[in-house]
Design a protein around this ligand. Structure first.
Ligand code: ASP
Ligand code: MG
Length: 419
């Protein structure tokens, strides 16, 4: 008997009909002889709607209360899914993240899982029931307050539970057939890949690919959780995330995917004195308010001053500017410019390590597509550029074609608004 953790995303449980369909899949998996634990996201765009509601009530809602509100979305779906399963004659029991033993730190809105104690889930399984766990949430170890894991966090709940239960597989069910070479909503010719390495998936998830939550991939790699992404609308096998492509029989492609990220802003700090310690002051200021930076560029300095540019989540741009302004005299910079209209476009592929000419093709392709490059950053297996938001889709499409990733047919998006 295999132990399977199945996670269903919002578009797979968007309405009553979808919930019944998913319930049937779950019961079928159990009747096929598996022990099944389910993790569920909020129905459809519920989380966004709850966020909109909070905004209407308060421009700056307390983080504790926002978490309490948002976790209600997953509570709704877990309860109705349990009802639908019970209607099919199987026993399901729903659990909040806290009841399921998802223990986190205290950082509301971006809490990290620090322990998983799934005693009640294991007991339910032992009794032949199907536990349904609310994704994306936990309880803080010290404050005992309810926390959320960050947008898209239900994937991470699923992997964390799979690790704690020592599951045979963690299946992430979504509205497309698996991991694609680009978001099929942007590139209809995107190609579904049967296998991808954790390393490449980490780079893609960290640079805008929304198919898997970044921390879910990190967690799965660290705890060796076999992870599969597949559609809840078909029976296709989807994409298996592997340590090494030799595990599959595939020849390693040079490039595995192209992604775009529209969630970042760019801040430039001008005329920073060019002395040791100045960059440290800038970045300590940002660290102190918990801002996660992405790209950082410092210009060649002239006349003893230099400009520092970095990207960060758009949601943090305002508080970052305020924090820097407060220490303006101490750091002694000139001006601060915030740019919200940027996008980051990334090309990822483990084959970059051993194949020359990837950067040349990358930049030639962007030039021919009329895309202006504002910042560049690379890792061993990735090239990213910052460009204007309105040229990102064109850049992604052009790169996808230039690197030979276009498929013959059109990718199918079964549901969801992609919000
Ligand atoms: N419902 C949450 C969100 O929309 C968590 C998730 O879907 O994974 O971000
Ligand atoms: Mg998701």
């Amino acid at each position: 008997m295999a132990l399977v953790v199945q996670k269903y995303g919002g578009s797979s449980v968007a309405d009553a009909a979808s919930i019944k369909r998913v319930a049937q899949r779950i019961v079928d998996a159990q009747r096929a002889g598996n022990q099944v634990t389910v993790v569920v996201s909020a129905m459809g765009d519920t989380t966004d709607e709850l966020l909109d509601l909070a905004q209407q009530v308060s421009p700056d809602p307390p983080a504790r209360e926002l978490d309490m509100l948002l976790t209600a979305g997953e509570r709704m779906s877990m309860a109705v899914l349990a009802m639908a399963i019970s209607d099919l004659g199987a026993e399901a029991r729903s659990y909040t993240g806290s009841q399921a033993g998802l223990i986190t730190d205290r950082y509301h809105g971006q809490a990290r899982i620090i322990d998983v104690t799934p005693g009640r889930i294991q007991a339910a399984l032992d009794e032949g029931a199907i536990p349904i766990v609310a994704g994306f949430q936990g309880v803080a170890q010290d404050t005992k307050d309810i926390t959320t894991l960050g947008r898209g966090g239900s994937d991470t709940t699923a992997v964390a539970l799979a690790a704690a239960l020592d599951a045979d597989i963690c299946e992430i069910y979504t509205d497309v057939d698996g991991v694609f070479s680009a978001d099929p909503r942007i590139v209809p010719a995107a190609r579904q890949v049967p296998f991808i390495t954790y390393e490449e998936m980490l780079e893609l998830a960290a640079h805008g690919a929304k198919v898997l939550h970044l921390r879910c991939v990190e967690y799965a790699r660290r705890f060796n959780v076999p992870l599969r992404v597949r559609s809840s609308f078909t029976d296709k096998p989807g994409t298996l995330i592997v340590h090494d492509l030799e595990e599959s029989t595939m020849e390693q492609p040079i490039i595995s995917g192209v992604s775009q990220d529209l969630s970042e802003a760019k801040i430039t700090v001008t005329n920073v004195p060019d002395r040791p310690g100045m960059a440290a002051l800038v970045f300590e200021t940002l660290a102190a308010i918990g801002v996660n930076l992405d790209m950082i560029v410092q210009n060649v300095s002239a006349d003893g001053i230099t400009d520092i540019t970095f990207t960060l989540p758009t949601a943090d741009a305002e508080k970052a500017t305020e924090a820097l302004q407060l220490r303006g005299d101490e750091i002694g910079f000139g001006a601060l410019y915030t740019d919200l209209e940027i996008a980051k476009v990334s090309l990822v592929g483990a084959g970059m390590r051993s194949h020359p000419g990837v950067s040349a093709t990358f930049f030639r392709t962007l030039a021919e597509a009329g895309v202006n490059v504002e910042m560049i950053s690379t890792s061993e297996i990735r090239i990213s550029v910052v460009t204007r938001k309105d040229s990102a889709a064109a850049a992604v499409k052009a790169l996808h074609t230039a690197f030979g990733l276009d498929a013959e047919g059109e990718a199918v998006v079964y549901a969801g608004t992609g919000r």
